[in-house]
Design a protein around this ligand. Structure first.
Ligand code: CU
Length: 374
């Protein structure tokens, strides 16, 4: 019997065959001729990365110790039903490691990223990964398309510095897999760490990864969000909503409130925080209310000098950007998409809770609210 599941797998398999054949016609061995000396590669130190769920980011050195290494990553793909708002709306998410965004991978320039991607047989879809930081083979997605029950290992050299998006890119279904949650970021630090563009080092005390997602949930005849048994069941209806480009939710890290209240990001007055902001599809405009972007790599690429004192910065859909701010006042800051329709009405709000003492020179309430004097 042709189920929606077999139809999906069949379509992707067909498209995959086509793309693999193309790659083989153009180059029998994509690494032939310029392959790294296997003995040199063997001598490189191997480091196992411990990934953590966003907004937190794996432990790492800001300045590299020694020469390039091979950093081994493992990511398991999880298809899961999640609740995305206070009303209990359910969403059939497709995820790297169970989170939206997937974990942020960190290496230094000229390190090798060696990722083992696992698609457990409990999943129903083929998946892969396209690293915007990688060169060739559709960002590695041609080498990594795996069906449920399969795993694959990809290695590439991180030659360019910056924060880069990665996302799932199964042929013919990329937009749907990305809007369903399959994106994350890879940060490639300069070996000497970040600088202000004039050679002065920029260190951060904390960093957070924020992924902005526009979600397209189908509704029934009465306007209620439809509930689906699996991602495959939601596919056809979801694509119809997507085609209209009107999201029903715009959220940070997978759901309304993922980064507010008890889930808020935290910092202390005097601390410098690096915020990575990524989006797979829609353009976005991060803004820290009551704060600034001291140093902003709007395009997220550290070969370019950072911009100073931004009020709002622009993250193009399909990219990641980086912002560094030193907090000067305590309080709960709203970190929003300053398309305030997305923030106030659709969910794109996060909080940063900052501890410390108030600086009355920077701002003070000269007189409290009181009746207007006659
Ligand atoms: Cu996928």
């Amino acid at each position: 019997m042709l189920t929606r599941r077999t139809a999906l797998l069949g379509a992707a398999a067909l498209a995959a065959t086509a793309s693999t054949a193309l790659a083989q016609t153009e180059s029998d061995d994509p690494t032939g001729g310029t392959v790294a000396d296997p003995k040199a590669l063997e001598k490189l130190k191997r480091v196992k990365a411990e990934l953590v769920a966003p907004p937190n980011v794996m432990a790492h050195d800001q300045v590299a110790k020694g020469g390039p290494v091979i950093v081994e990553f493992r990511m398991t793909i999880a298809e899961k039903k999640i609740v995305i708002d206070a009303e209990g709306t359910t969403f059939q998410a497709l995820t790297f490691e169970g989170s939206m965004p997937g974990p942020t991978l960190v290496v230094h320039q000229d390190d090798y990223v060696e990722l083992t991607l696992i698609n457990p047989d409990t999943n129903t879809m083929p998946h892969n990964i396209d690293f915007h930081a990688a060169t060739g083979a559709m960002g590695g997605s041609e080498f990594t398309l795996i069906n449920p029950g399969e795993q694959v290992t990809l290695r590439f050299r991180a030659t360019r510095t910056g924060v880069f998006l990665y996302h799932c890119a199964p042929p013919g279904m990329t937009a749907w897999h990305v809007t369903s949650g399959m994106s994350g970021t890879l940060m490639v630090l300069p070996r000497d760490g970040l600088t202000d563009g004039d050679g002065k080092p920029l260190h951060y005390d904390r960093l957070y990864a924020i992924g902005e997602y526009d979600l397209y949930l189908p509704r029934d005849d009465k306007g209620a969000y439809r509930v689906y048994e699996s991602a495959g069941d939601a596919f056809a209806d979801t694509v119809e909503v997507m085609k209209k480009l009107i999201p029903t939710h715009v959220v940070f890290n997978g759901k309304v409130g993922a980064l507010t209240g008890d889930n808020a990001m935290t910092a202390k007055v005097g601390e410098t925080v690096l915020f990575i902001h990524s989006s797979g599809i829609m353009d976005c405009r991060p803004h820290l209310i009551g704060g600034h972007g001291d140093w902003v790599w709007e395009h997220g690429k550290f070969a370019n000098p950072p911009q100073r004192n931004y009020e709002t910065w622009f993250i193009r859909g399909g990219s990641a950007g980086a912002m560094v701010y030193t907090f000067l006042q305590p309080g709960t800051y709203n970190y929003v998409d300053h398309n305030l329709i997305k923030a106030e009405l659709l969910g794109a709000v996060a909080h940063v809770k900052v501890e410390g003492t108030w600086n009355h020179d920077l701002m003070t309430q000269v007189s409290a609210p009181a009746p207007i004097k006659a």
